[in-house]
Design a protein. Structure first.
Length: 153
């Protein structure tokens, strides 16, 4: 294996055409991360053209991108001549505590009548009870968050 270190574009220009099987890269996302100049934009079309030139026919490019700027990366990759076939995404939640009771978060700033099963009836295994506003049954599912499902009968 030969490891090359340096700026990608000049190094790619030195490589033979059709010499690489696969390119896996995690380039700058264009998010201006910590105000670093290297992350002010996504890689140029010129860089992706060089990647395409050195890839063997049928070769694969797996390129990571930031969720807010992936469209910019995709346009540059496509403009260089690549055919976009699949998109793999990291889906993650952030900024929401794991131990939060979602029903309380949804209620913040809103007044509503809370309909819940009778805790005594649940202990006696009598199942769901009819709520005071007639015609609704309430079921509770206890997991890390309380979820109420209301079904009209």
């Amino acid at each position: 294996m030969k490891l090359l270190q340096g700026n990608n574009l000049p190094l790619l220009q030195l490589m033979e055409e059709n010499s690489i099987d696969t390119i896996i890269t995690d380039p700058p996302y264009g998010l201006k991360f910590m105000s670093k100049k290297w992350d002010y934009s996504v890689p140029s079309v010129e860089l992706w053209e060089e990647c395409l030139r050195v890839l063997k026919p049928g070769g694969t490019l797996l390129c990571f991108a930031g969720s807010r700027t992936q469209h910019r990366m995709a346009v540059n990759v496509e403009d260089a001549g690549f055919i976009l076939k699949d998109c793999i995404m990291w889906l993650y939640g952030s900024g929401f505590p794991k131990a939060t009771d979602i029903s309380k978060q949804l209620d913040k700033g809103h007044k509503r009548k809370v309909v819940a099963p009778d805790p005594q009836a649940a202990r006696r295994n009598k199942g769901p009870m009819l709520s005071p506003d007639k015609g609704w049954k309430t079921f509770a599912s206890m997991t890390s968050m309380r979820v109420n499902l209301l079904i009209k009968i």
